[in-house]
Design a protein. Structure first.
Length: 175
């Protein structure tokens, strides 16, 4: 007879494995903003449909869990260098073709996001440049409104620059 805790644990494991296998959708809204989600949205394009191929690397059961990596965990030592540690013998592994496909999808998504951010950065810089040369009548009467608008536009430029730097850093990690 199953107790309540084991039923809850089993339900959680089933739900988490279903989420791990969810498709990825790319949605572009009317403003050109790109969003990636695991929920189907009207007008969204499915990006990632593949079911992972799990290879058992030893005896024993994986307990229904699926791996999202290559079977090697990484951590840092005291000097900050990356150290590879082998996975346990019964840890499920993803075959190399599946991992290459995942890496390829990840790289493509990051490149799409980078291109989108660069476009938004250029648009933000253009809007800032135009705003710096023009003042509305209200802004001429109240200079603080002009400073607020310019501040918001500068913050927007800085945000896009930071996003680009983060995406470039992430892309440098992709094989």
């Amino acid at each position: 007879m199953l107790n309540r805790a084991s039923i809850l644990l089993s339900a959680t494991a089933l739900l988490s494995s279903a989420v791990a296998l969810a498709d990825i959708y790319k949605y572009v809204d009317e403003n050109g903003n790109v969003t990636y989600t695991n929920s189907p949205v009207k007008g969204a394009q499915r990006v990632y449909i593949e079911q992972p191929n799990v290879i058992s690397s030893g005896s024993g059961s994986s307990g229904g869990k699926r791996s999202t990596g290559t079977g090697t965990s990484r951590s840092s030592n005291d000097s900050g260098q990356k150290v590879s540690a082998p996975s346990p013998a019964n840890f499920p592994k993803v075959d190399s073709a599946t991992q290459r496909s995942r890496d390829s999808n990840r790289k493509r998504i990051l490149q799409d996001e980078l291109a989108n951010e660069q476009t938004m950065l250029n648009d933000s810089k253009k809007a800032l440049s135009e705003a710096e040369t023009t003042k509305t009548a209200e802004e001429k009467a109240n200079p603080s409104k002009y400073l607020e608008r310019i501040g918001r536009l500068r913050e927007n430029v800085v945000m896009h620059e930071k996003n680009i730097a983060a995406l470039q850093k992430e892309l440098s990690r992709v094989q």
